[in-house]
Every structure is written in structure tokens, then in C-alpha cells.
Design a binder for this molecule. Sequence first.
Ligand SMILES: Nc1ncnc2c1ncn2[C@@H]1O[C@H](COP(=O)(O)OP(=O)(O)OP(=O)(O)O)[C@@H](O)[C@H]1O
Ligand SMILES: [Mg+2]
Length: 456
Amino acid sequence: MTEKKKILVVDDEENLRHMLQVLLKKQGYLVEQAPDGAEALTKAREGNYSFILCDIRMPVMDGKSFLTACTKAGVGATVIMMSAYGTVDDAIECMKLGAYDYISKPFNSDEVALVLKKAEERERLKDENRRLREEVGRGSTFSEIITRNARMSEIMQLVKKLSEHKTTVLIQGESGTGKELIARALHNCGSRRQGPFVAVNCGAIPSSLLESELFGHVRGAFTDASYDKVGLFEEANGGTLFLDEIAELPLPLQVKLLRVLQEGEIRRVGGAAATKVDVRVVSATSRDLVQEVANGKFREDLYFRLNVFALFLPPLRARIEDVPLLVEHFLQKYGTLMGKPGVRPSPEALQALVHYRWPGNVRELENCIERGLVLCEGTALGLAALPEVVREEAGLERSLPELPDSLSIKKGAEALERRLIVRALEQTGGNRTHAARLLEISHRALLYKLKEYDLG
Ligand SMILES: Nc1ncnc2c1ncn2[C@@H]1O[C@H](COP(=O)(O)OP(=O)(O)OP(=O)(O)O)[C@@H](O)[C@H]1O
Ligand SMILES: [Mg+2]
């Protein structure tokens, strides 16, 4: 049995307090009450509540002052406001002061249950993140990965499990989503962390040199080979080899890499003897490898060999809840470096940052904050310190389409489905594998629908 969670209900109306007490008790909470902010504050300081449901207009101490006092007193509970008719603006004000959400009076029991469920889910993720960070919070492991997104948290759990094994892992995701960060976490969390982590960008080394870079060469193997050279595979022995931009690997080398992975031994260029290596291979790509296979650019057998375990990092726009956390993280990081501590985003700037689509993902956000800090004077990062694209796009409403004229559910659903598919393809730059994941349908189902809607 898990322990019952405590809730404090704060309202000057006794009837309402009573109603909530009965309702919340039924849902398994331990409930206490207070008639005004002042009494609530005394209780909240000691009571160790998980949640506080708080009215906005009350005598003695109103909701806003209560919230401010809670923050000052370091009360950890998640506060949800209850706003009566005409106090919605105040409720929004309260959210700026740190309230988690609000419900409008009159509300029904479902609404209360729903908002609490959401809050519980958030608490759970927060706890989980904290726990994961504490568990492996040394050096450059999870402590650098900032997220409160459910999918990302799942990925972090998987990374933790995978780090103990030698399984080959393929990390996919758009540019700047944190693929290298995850690759390093895979290495740093696991039993191989004492060994080396060797990263190679397959797209950055001329293909004529790549083979000897990866596998080494013996003296005299070719004109310039005046000495024996240890390859990156051997360098990574006992540790992890990170093959970044794997889609750029030329076809002839793909054959050789496949053999190395199958046999666990390498042959230096020009050398006859094979050397055993114990290397965990992690690869990454921002391309759609399935598509590359279909186009004959990537060997299918190698794809399956690398893809023993696939991690797909969602683009930042699919986890906007991470934006405020990342903004804070980078403000802190660069603020310290630049001697500008304590800078906070203005509400408008934060809104623009949350609305922007971030085609360059976390890397783009990081650059944007670093640049913003250079420009900003004082302790507020305002709109003016943000790049023009960010400011411009923030104004645009990205609403869903008009409904068709008929009331046919089938037609309406089709119109919506079509739009969602178009949007997913836009967001992934036409990458169908990634789009299918955003849409939470199979790749095959997406291909079928593309045909059906004449989008293919
Ligand atoms: N969740 C995160 N928390 C904190 N920092 C992050 C996070 N994700 C990415 N970053 C930072 O964003 C930058 C880009 O991340 P990284 O280099 O891992 O991305 P990538 O997917 O490898 O990008 P590319 O495809 O362009 O190589 C890095 O500075 C990294 O530290
Ligand atoms: Mg990278």
C-alpha cells in the first residue's frame, strides 16, 4: 500500500470545504481544511501536503498573498487555485506566482479529479527525474539531461538499463535533440564508464581516410603510411565507440563495419592479422535510415545490426514543457560563465520561446539563450534579446483546421487525420519514420494513409 497523500483545502465557504473533503476522501486522499490564507499558511508550513486547493478571494489573507508567502516559506506542495466567476485573471496571475493550475467555480467532481491526476503525474515525473539524477548524478551522466517530458523520461530509464549491456544502440532524432548527450550517458552510466568513450563523426572525415581512422593501418599500407596507426576501434577497446552521422558512412565501409560487428575483431588496413576488440558501438543519425535503406544508400543488414535497440529522441517542439526548464538551465550555465547571474526571462519572452518551433532543437535554444545573455542588460531577458525568427513566429496561432460543413463524424475525423499527418510531415521535414512516431501509428499505417489521402 502506498501512503495516502495529504491535501489542504482552503476556502472561506464552509459548504465548499465540506463538499471537497467528502469528494477527495473518496478518492483516497487525507484531507485537511483551512478557512483563510493565514491559517492555511501555518498548516502548510508543517503539514507536508502534496497538494493545496486554494480559493482566490478570502478574508484575512487572499490566495495571491498566500501563494507568495508559501514560496517564501519554501512550502513544497503543488498549489491549485479555485477561481470564482470574474477572478480568472487573478487565477492566471497566480500561475505566474507559482500555482500549478486553476479550476473555475462552479466545478464538478470530474474536473477536480482530472486536475489532481495531472498534478500527480507531474509529481511522479519530477520524483522520477530527481531519483534518476541522484542515482547516477556523478560527472556527465544524467545530471546534464534536463527534461520533464514523459517520453524523454522513458528514454532515460531505457538508457540506464541499456548502459549495463553491450547491446548495439542506434539513436535517432533531428539535429540538436541531444543524441550525443544520450550516447555519453549510455557510456557514463554503465559498467564501461572506466573505459574510453571515442566519438567519430562519419560525415566529417573524407571517405578515403575513414577506413584507416576506424581500423588503423600498418606501416607501408599506402604512400603516406610511414608508421603503424591504431584505429579508433582499438582506441575504444573496453569502452564505447560512438559513430555519429552513421548514414554518411560510404557503402564499401558499411560492409567492413558489418564484418567487424559480427566478428568482434578488426584488421588494420594493409595488415593480415585480426585483432579482437571489446567495443560497445553506439551510432546516431538525424536521417531516416529506413528511407536510406529503401534508396539503396544504406545496407539493410548493417541497419539491422546497428538497430538492435533504437532510441528515438523527440524534437523539442514535441516536448515544449521542457522549454522553460532548458531556458533556466542555459541561463544559469551561461550566466555564470559571463558573470551575469540571476537573469530571468520576461513573461513575453518566455511565451515566445515556448511558441517557437525550434527546427534546430535544443542546440538552437542553447545558442539563442547564450546570444540573448550577451545582449541583455539588467536581470530580465526581454523579447528584444531574442532572434527575429523567434519573435515573429511567436505571434502566429497554430490552430487546427476548420471543420467540414457536414456533420459526418467520419468526414470530420478524416479531415483532422489528414491535417495531423501533414503537420507531422512538416515537423519532421518529410521524414516518414519520424512522422509515424509523432503520430503514434506504425510506419506501414502511415504509408497506407498517405496513399489514401493522396499525400504520398
Ligand atoms: N535534454 C537536454 N538537457 C540539457 N542540454 C541538452 C539537452 N539536449 C541537448 N542538450 C544540449 O544541446 C546541444 C546539442 O546536443 P547534442 O550535441 O547531443 O545533439 P545532437 O542530437 O547530437 O545534434 P546534431 O545532430 O546536431 O549532432 C548540446 O550542447 C547539449 O548539451
Ligand atoms: Mg551530434
